[in-house]
Design a binder for this molecule. Structure first.
Ligand code: FES
Length: 143
């Protein structure tokens, strides 16, 4: 069996939603403690729904593929559903990743959560901090 699924290769070679949203409603930046790679996620929110979403990453192929898939999965969804997106769901949607690359998929999940948290913070929306307790805030996103 090939190391990477066709879907992983497709999203790595033709990543969806790469780039930056200039007037984003929420921006999340997270780093992967295991490899030092970085992911930045931008979301546009309208009436509680994620209408647009883009990402940039200084990360490996698996990080690119998982964030590409994550943007596809949350676009058009209510923000609460995006918050529930797990790295496991992203990996399943990609037909799997090698076990030693699973940590890369965590970047995508955390970047989505960080972008939502930023959106909540900017709009004074109350939330349970427990939901975001594993995220490190990153001052670069707020330059
Ligand atoms: Fe760093 Fe994959 S090796 S995100």
């Amino acid at each position: 069996m090939a190391l990477y699924s066709d879907k992983v290769m497709d999203h790595f070679q033709n990543p969806r939603n790469v780039g930056k949203i200039e007037d984003a409603d929420g921006i999340g930046e997270v780093g992967n403690a295991k490899c030092g790679d970085i992911m930045r996620m931008y979301i546009k929110v309208d009436d509680g729904v994620i209408t647009d979403c883009k990402f940039n990453t200084f990360g490996c192929g698996s990080a690119i593929a998982t964030s590409s898939m994550a943007t596809e999965l949350i676009k058009g969804k209510p923000i609460e559903e995006a918050l529930e997106l797990s790295n496991k769901a992203v990996v399943e949607a990609l037909d799997g990743l090698p076990a030693y690359k699973l940590h890369c998929s965590v970047l995508a999940e955390e970047a989505v959560k960080a972008a939502v948290k930023d959106y909540y913070d900017k709009n004074g929306i109350a939330y349970d901090p427990e939901q975001f307790k594993n995220l490190e805030d990153c001052e670069h996103c707020h330059e």
